[in-house]
Design a protein around this ligand. Structure first.
Ligand code: FES
Ligand code: FES
Length: 201
């Protein structure tokens, strides 16, 4: 399929990885609650949650990197748990609560992790950042509730110590092509050190 430069500049082309519509494909009603707002959409059943967010709701904060579950750029929270939105269909999340980077904080009132990423230079190009932050929000919650990771040595411990090894393992699904890992880890460490109420503010 070829597009003219005018079509590309107008955005009249499918974004990378988004299949073009199929003639005659049936649309289904889908209700998603995103960042506290209800969206009633008509979608083909094959539309991923990532494409639904970006292409049908205009929430482009969630990024499309690999579109195949390898980079974590598309991480969002579904009912509080982190998932790769490129690997799941929107229709599977009927009525569920979804939080994207747009729902975590505002420019005037940043989420503590957003503020810490700025403070610690946790990004360069910023493409992986929304996914890193959504992932870190859920990851800190997992640590607080005592969920083990494959780096956890004592499975009987009631309190998980967020060592460097734990932190790297728990965030390994989020790749940063710019290599801003040092700042990312420092930002997460800083928020982890804050009282629980501050972390989830
Ligand atoms: S875009 Fe979903 S994991 Fe890379
Ligand atoms: S800041 Fe560029 S990919 Fe992470």
């Amino acid at each position: 399929m070829h597009f003219t430069i005018e079509q590309i500049l107008r955005g009249d082309v499918p974004s990378a990885g988004q299949p073009p519509p199929v003639a005659g494909a049936s649309l289904r009603p889908v209700h998603l609650r995103v960042n506290g707002q209800d969206y009633h959409l008509q979608l083909e059943p094959r539309v991923s949650l990532l494409d639904a967010l970006r292409e049908f709701m205009g929430l482009t904060g969630t990024k499309k990197g690999c579109n195949q579950g390898a980079c974590g750029a598309c991480t969002v929270l579904v009912n509080g748990e982190r998932i790769n939105s490129c690997l799941t269909l929107a229709i599977m999340h009927e009525g569920q609560d979804i939080t994207t980077i747009e729902g975590l904080g505002t420019p005037d009132e940043l989420h503590p992790l957003q503020a810490a990423f700025i403070e610690h230079d946790g990004f360069q190009c910023g493409y992986c950042t929304p996914g890193q932050i959504c992932s870190a929000v859920a990851m800190l919650r997992e640590v607080a509730q005592g969920d083990a990771s494959s780096a956890t040595t004592d499975l009987t411990a009631t309190k998980i110590e967020l060592t460097d090894e734990e932190l790297r393992e728990r965030m390994c699904g989020n790749v940063c092509r710019c290599g801003a890992y040092l700042g990312i880890l420092n930002a997460i460490r800083e928020v982890h050190a804050q009282p629980q109420t501050e972390q989830s503010r």
